[in-house]
Design a protein around this ligand. Structure first.
Ligand code: GLC
Ligand code: CA
Length: 552
């Protein structure tokens, strides 16, 4: 059985990974074709984002049938083959489950709208207040979170797009339906689940205006959420010792994340949180352009690392996913120090305590595409933002600048395999444009170059297998006030790891509080070939990352 603490998980956004039949949309056969590539990288699990039947308003996060695969992505036979072929290579499959809402195309919703009481109870439906929306809550994709239903003069709640109707977890019958879905996929050999915005499912008993915000404080980590997760665990994945889970936790707290992921609580295996990816939100606003706040970043990372180990909670470690801009463009330098900064950022994540996730293309240093026209965008959140900002009178160029830095489409451009047309992603017309840098940044080029970002990731993954301290060591912050350096320690039995990273493109001096000459020491990994001969005060070069292994 795999130990998720020693595992590395690779996220695939199938639509943009590899198209096997030339229709411009990546598919399951494409994933099967690339399994050997993933094996070579060394990963243990593949997390597939939703491929179920869906109108694709939110690229599959609007599910219309949880039991069937959208034909754009393939067939159930393809999926079964993927599970089988993966297993031969010791790679297991983790599925993405969206249970906060369904598509309004789901038969449950249609039956609810047709007036069937049973299905109305599956959703969150409320009466108008003063002739309008029940509350002032806002959708995370812009506009009101409530949509009027003419037929019955009521409103339904949608925390995301208007085509994503929120489910009513207070209804035991609904929860039971959800458990059946999960059991069905466990029966197909799935060994992991990523639970989409799972900490938003517990809604309050009454719906009140939020005079301090958009309503999120009422439903984030909401009433009974821990009971729901305990029940979910008990009735489904908890019965299978080898099925792992990761909850996507939106705007959550450390206290809740400890409870979600501490083994004795029997809820989930681990949690994603996002605070470290809001350090470039000006005044908390995602739709802004701002250099990241380095001090705030390391403060957040240190805090979560330290607090989450006390209660035995477990973090999912990540910089990138299908909702986030590319990290090398964001906290690194995607031009002059492309290779070095991508490796430094990888070192930071993979040496922390938790299970690392790699998002497709991160391992070859894919960057943001810098789209300069709204027509190139596909993401509903980006398009909504564009429309709203335009209505508010903002200048188009400024809006595009914001999208270039924050749009979710930044991570959704096709995987860059080689230098051929469309980077080898498709022989047809891709559903979204490629980044123009694919002739330089691609898998083929990475595999040819021993000094590539790819081989560095491969090495980081192997180190996790070889050194228990990486998975199990205690985390200790080292210096919290350096202008450029993020350094930390890990400790396990008679060993220590010393991890030093320069987040900037300038040299900087660093006085290490640990005297490594007191130990047997060696360098485990570094992004500079001739890494630091060590002395108490060392000069750390641009974007340098170095990991020392110390032993007494
Ligand atoms: C999660 C998904 C995101 C989706 C949203 C609504 O945050 O990662 O892509 O839009 O949930 O399902
Ligand atoms: Ca296809």
């Amino acid at each position: 059985m795999k130990d998720f603490k020693k595992s590395v998980i690779y996220q695939i956004y199938p639509k943009s990974f590899k198209d096997s039949n030339g229709d411009g949309i990546g598919d399951l056969k494409g994933v099967i074709e690339k399994l050997p590539y993933l094996k070579q990288l060394g990963i243990d699990y593949i997390w597939l984002t939703p491929f179920y039947v869906s109108p694709q308003k939110d690229n599959g996060y609007d599910v219309a049938d949880y039991y069937r695969i959208d034909e754009k992505f393939g067939t159930m036979a393809d999926f079964e083959e993927l599970v089988r072929e993966g297993r031969k290579l010791d790679i297991e499959i983790m599925l993405d489950m969206v249970f906060n809402h369904t598509s309004t195309e789901h038969s449950w919703f249609k039956r609810a709208m047709a007036g069937e009481e049973k299905y109305k109870n599956y959703y969150i439906i409320a009466e108008p207040k003063n002739g309008g929306e029940p509350t002032n809550w806002l959708s995370k994709f812009g506009g009101s979170a409530w949509e009027y239903i003419k037929e019955c003069n009521e409103y339904y709640l949608h925390l995301f797009d208007v085509t994503q109707a929120d489910l009513n977890w207070k209804n035991k019958e609904l929860r039971q339906e959800i458990f059946e879905i999960v059991k069905f996929w466990i029966g197909k050999g799935v060994k992991g689940f990523r639970l989409d915005v799972i900490n938003l499912v517990a809604k309050p008993d009454d719906y009140k205006n939020d005079d301090r915000g958009d309503g999120r404080r009422f439903y984030t980590d909401g009433p009974n959420i821990h009971d729901y997760l305990k029940e979910f665990n008990r009735e489904t994945f908890g019965k299978q010792a080898d099925v792992i889970t990761v909850g996507e936790m939106s705007s959550t707290s450390i206290e809740n994340c400890i409870r979600y992921s501490a083994p004795q609580e029997q809820e989930l295996s681990m949690v994603f949180s996002f605070h470290h990816l809001k350090v470039d939100y000006k005044g908390g606003d995602k739709w802004s352009v701002m250099d990241f706040d380095f001090k705030q970043l390391i403060q957040i990372l240190n805090l979560w690392q330290v607090e989450m180990q006390e209660g035995n909670g477990w973090n999912a470690l990540f910089w990138c996913n299908h909702d986030q801009p590319r990290i090398v463009s964001r906290f690194g330098d995607d031009e002059k120090y492309h290779n070095k900064s991508a490796k430094m950022l990888a070192t930071v994540m993979h040496m922390m305590r938790g299970t690392p996730y790699i998002y497709q293309g991160e391992e070859v240093g894919m960057t943001n595409p810098y789209f300069d026209k709204i027509e190139l965008h596909r993401d509903i959140e980006s398009i909504n933002y564009y429309e709203i900002a335009k209505q508010q009178g903002q200048n188009k160029q400024q809006i595009m600048r914001v999208l270039q830095s924050k749009s979710r489409d930044n991570s959704r451009t096709p995987m860059q395999w080689d230098t051929s047309a469309n980077a080898g992603f498709t022989t047809g017309t891709p559903w979204i444009s490629l980044s123009e840098n694919y002739p330089n940044i691609n898998v083929e080029a990475n595999l040819r170059d021993r000094n590539s970002i790819y081989y560095y990731y491969q090495q980081l993954i192997q180190l996790r297998k070889d050194y228990d301290i990486i998975a199990y060591g205690k985390y200790k912050p080292l210096v919290a006030d350096h202008e450029k350096i993020f350094a930390y320690m890990r400790e396990y039995k008679n060993q220590k790891l010393l991890v030093i990273n320069n987040f900037y493109g300038q040299e900087t001096k660093f006085q290490c509080p640990i005297d490594i000459d007191e130990y047997n020491h060696k360098i485990l990994i570094s992004n500079y070939a001739d890494s630091a001969s060590y002395s108490k005060e060392i000069v750390i070069r641009p974007y340098e990352a170095v990991v020392y292994h110390l032993e007494k």
